[in-house]
Design a protein around this ligand. Structure first.
Ligand code: CMC
Length: 429
């Protein structure tokens, strides 16, 4: 970051202060208000942090007006087309795409960490069989901190890197086992002869009683879905990981915090909510009535998979997701999928509707991902889990970047207090 030489002069009563305008490599300039409390004795008020740059980052850039998403400068479209998920993870973590040799070496290192400590198996038994797999994810990933705590020194670069590699390697195993547990099937151990995406599908769907051959088209689609969810700048879950991490907390516990934040339907839980919504609509004839309900503010109903805090144009991930959706349905020989038909029609009606146009609400990444995942045989309750598997690479890269920032300090927002003024407990109480 550098200063632009321009500053904003603010006068508040008798006091005047100047706030420098900082510039990055891309995107909006930001006003540096770090001295605002000292100079003017006020804080800024920004509920939801919509207007606040809470950190400096070199990892991901989004231009919400133009529908651009870059990781370390590379457009998401190119990464989805030409890189593998582990290569994108490497890019997020280390800043550059690996060459062939480094890519193979990185995959090998990840594979050497895919097993879970056998004691972690016992964690699963503590959950009800009908537990939501995201609940199992929160608990079990948090539980990893008990296995990797004393040996972790977050001030040591090698230790931070090892935590990152362990997380990226183990998260698919935990996710697949969360699923196996809820359906009562035996856990399938990781296979190091498979790619990251193939191994995940194998741990999800293989059974010890019969051979399982991974369909390469589905593995490629899974790899692409993981790429599309790998990182997304300072969203709610990433900010949660950064905030938890800023206290110096154990990185596995920080990722568990991120998983909890991701679970909500306004964030990663939206992919699950889209399918529920499509099932509820049921038939294209019911779309107009549903759209009316969405537009009625009193109904509390939103069009799930639509809208984004940052994208005020199309979400570039949604476009790639839509193309992948067609590839998967073709490969599986699914013609005239009723859910896809419904989604396409819903999108067509919504993008032409004045309500959505005026508010710049377009389909986001979650609008089509659920349909692909469902076609691949992934149960609805696992959709957000898959998002968490992918986003772990983004979370841990952002965590690492934050810890490595010179002068890094605890995240601690302030507030506008509107509660009772000071008062004394009445003698009668
Ligand atoms: N359906 C109907 N109206 C909507 C929707 C929607 N999906 N999203 C926003 N609006 C309306 C909202 O009611 C408001 O209208 P008005 O100005 O008349 O009050 C206006 O659009 C602005 O909405 P907002 O709530 O201030 O926007 P936000 O930036 O706070 O919310 C969002 C962003 C993603 C939470 C929201 O668009 C939403 O709830 N979408 C549905 C859930 C969803 O698909 N989430 C996944 C996001 S992408 C994956 C990820 O990154 O996690």
């Amino acid at each position: 970051m550098s200063t632009t030489g321009v500053s904003a002069k603010v006068t508040l009563g008798e006091k005047t202060a100047e706030f420098p305008l900082l510039t990055g490599t891309l995107g909006q300039d930001v006003l540096d208000i770090r001295r605002i409390a000292a100079d003017l004795d006020v804080f800024t008020f920004d509920p939801g942090y919509g207007e606040t740059a809470a950190c400096e980052s070199k990892i991901t850039f989004i231009d919400g007006e133009k529908g651009v998403l870059l990781h370390r400068g590379y457009p998401i479209e190119q990464l989805a087309e030409r890189a593998t998920f582990p290569e994108v993870a490497y890019l997020l973590l280390y800043g550059e795409l690996p060459d062939k040799a480094k890519s193979a070496e990185f995959e090998q290192v990840i594979k050497s960490h895919t097993l879970l400590h056998e004691q972690i198996r016992n964690f699963f038994n503590g959950f009800r069989r009908d537990a939501h797999p995201m609940a199992i994810m929160c608990g079990t990933v948090g539980g990893l901190s008990a296995f990797y705590h004393d040996g972790i020194d977050i001030s040591n670069e090698a230790s931070r890197e090892l935590s990152a590699l362990r997380l990226i390697a183990k998260i698919p195993t935990i996710a697949a086992w969360a699923y196996k547990y809820t359906v009562g099937e035996p856990f399938v151990y990781p296979r190091n002869d498979l790619t990251y995406a193939e191994n995940f599908l194998s741990m999800m769907f293989a059974k010890p009683s019969e051979p399982y051959v991974v369909n390469p088209v589905l593995a490629r689609a899974m790899d692409r879905i993981l790429i599309l969810h790998a990182d997304h700048e300072q969203n709610a879950s990433t900010s949660t990981v950064r905030l938890a991490g800023s206290t110096g907390a154990n990185p596995f516990a920080c990722i568990a915090a991120g998983i909890a934040a991701l679970w909500g339907p306004a964030h990663g839980g939206a992919n699950e909510a889209v399918l529920k919504m499509l099932a509820e609509i049921g038939h294209r004839d019911n779309i107009p009535a549903f759209i009316e309900k969405v537009k009625d503010k009193n109904s509390g109903v939103r069009l799930m998979g639509f809208g984004h805090r940052v994208y005020k144009n199309f979400d570039p991930r949604a476009k790639i997701m839509q193309a992948t959706c067609h590839e998967v349905l073709n490969e599986l020989g699914i013609k005239d999928d009723p859910l896809l038909d419904l989604a396409v029609e819903l999108e067509r009606i919504a993008v032409e509707d004045e309500y959505f146009v005026k508010r710049k609400l377009y389909p986001n990444v979650d609008f089509y991902s659920g349909i692909i995942l469902k076609a691949m045989g992934i149960p609805t309750s696992m959709f957000t889990v898959l998002f968490a598997v992918a986003r772990t690479t983004g979370w841990i890269s952002q965590w690492k970047e934050m810890i490595e920032e010179p002068g890094q300090r605890i995240g601690r927002p302030r507030q506008l207090y509107t509660g009772s003024p000071r008062r004394d407990i009445p003698a009668s109480l």
